[in-house]
Design a protein around this ligand. Structure first.
Ligand SMILES: NC(=O)c1ccc[n+]([C@@H]2O[C@H](COP(=O)([O-])OP(=O)(O)OC[C@H]3O[C@@H](n4cnc5c(N)ncnc54)[C@H](O)[C@@H]3O)[C@@H](O)[C@H]2O)c1
Length: 353
């Protein structure tokens, strides 16, 4: 069998890491690139040796020789392009979040079921080396039962502008963009317990603070600060059927002294911090021990995690691996994220049956 032929749809910032992952994998060939912006698509195709360039993803999907696609577009097109790709018989790696609404998530799940193809959601933190190391300790019961987790992803200045700040195209602000990563990684490491209730708050008090000078921050490929219809900050408390709970806070901007990224898990036999640096806490012979694993990447390694995510996708198609982030996990995450927004809007706790 020849190499898997890959199409990449959306050629902005994150596509670079998908393309890099496919370029590094022995069983994949980057065949086509598509972006609404032709110049951008051409530039990526040239850099990675793709022979075909499109501005309309339907044309890319019509190529029978393409086996699989990466979808790296704005969030509002993830569901539509995923369904079209599955119906065209392609395997799909779709960036997070899976989509914008629970209804769309269920439609994508149904399309996966009907097509029999693989859909992997881009929960890239699951594929990071520090996550996989911690997972081994958790699977061996070294932390016991995890009953509490806490995650923060706070940017003091970092509304990326453009489509990220347009609720129609993004579905929301830091909660759907950053919260999706940290909520998912906690939920995954907690053993994916069933969610029973969610309570959350969102704030839109500071705007995008495009007035701030002398401090640089991440910006979308088409940065534009004139529109901002998303929250600046969100927090939530999520309860699970097994009694465990997860507390999270995220921001695009906040009067914080510094940025913060932390992911912490607490069990009845031990605890762990995944970010900012992997460490494991336990008790032995009446003494508390903090372990510092001696590893190359004790924090999230961007390129390594993306290469591993892409490799797992390709090898799942080839049948030698199983994806770590199937469509049903994307659906669960949409239920949680949408419930947080609903709770914030109504001022009430949202419960699930
Ligand atoms: N996994 C991660 O850590 C991570 C990090 C950043 C972004 N993302 C996700 O990746 C996706 C893209 O984000 P980005 O930072 O690359 O944004 P970006 O603005 O840099 O690039 C998005 C590109 O998609 C193109 N596009 C939009 N709709 C399209 C369509 N229908 N057909 C073809 N092209 C289309 C745009 O023209 C643009 O070039 C988002 O879903 C985002 O949430 C994930």
């Amino acid at each position: 069998m020849g190499k898997l032929k890959i199409g990449v749809i959306g050629a902005g910032s994150i596509s670079q890491y998908h393309l890099g992952g496919y370029a590094a994998h022995q069983d994949t060939e980057i065949y086509a690139v598509c972006d609404l912006n032709q110049e951008r698509a051409e530039q990526k195709a040239k850099e990675f040796g793709a022979s075909k360039v499109f501005t309309d993803y339907h044309e890319l999907l019509a190529l029978p020789e393409i086996d699989a696609v990466s979808i790296c577009t704005w969030n509002n097109s993830h569901a539509e392009i995923s369904i079209a790709a599955l119906e065209a018989g392609k395997h799909v790696l779709v960036e997070k979040p899976l989509c914008k609404t629970v209804d769309d998530a269920l439609r994508v799940e149904e399309a996966v079921r009907k097509s029999g193809k693989i859909l992997q959601v881009g929960f890239v933190r699951r594929y990071a080396e520090n996550t996989q190391i911690l997972k081994k300790f958790i699977d061996a019961s070294d932390l016991g039962e995890i009953y509490y987790a806490k995650a923060s992803c706070l940017r003091r200045l970092g509304n990326p502008g453009g489509w990220f700040a347009d609720v129609e195209r993004s579905g929301g602000g830091p909660l759907i963009d950053l919260g999706v990563h940290v909520i998912d990684i906690c939920w995954y490491l907690m053993g994916k317990p069933k969610v029973v209730s969610v309570t959350g708050n969102t704030y839109n008090r500071l705007g995008n603070r495009s007035n701030v000078e002398h401090l640089s921050f991440y910006q979308a490929a088409d940065y534009d600060s004139s529109k901002n219809s998303v929250e600046d900050m969100a927090n939530a408390l999520i309860r699970f059927e097994n009694g465990a709970s997860l507390m999270v806070d995220v921001s695009f901007t906040l009067h914080a002294k510094q940025d913060e990224l932390s992911v912490k898990l607490y069990g009845d036999k031990g605890g762990a911090e995944l970010e900012p640096e992997l460490s494991i806490v336990t008790e032995k012979h009446n003494t508390i021990l903090n372990f510092e694993p001696q590893i190359d990447n004790s924090t999230f390694n961007f390129i390594g995690a993306f290469n591993n995510e892409v490799a797992t996708f390709a090898e799942s198609i080839l049948g030698t691996k199983t994806t770590l982030s199937p469509v049903e996990d994307g659906v669960e995450m949409m239920k949680i994220l949408c419930a947080i927004y609903e709770s914030a809007e109504t001022g009430k706790e949202i419960t699930f049956k």
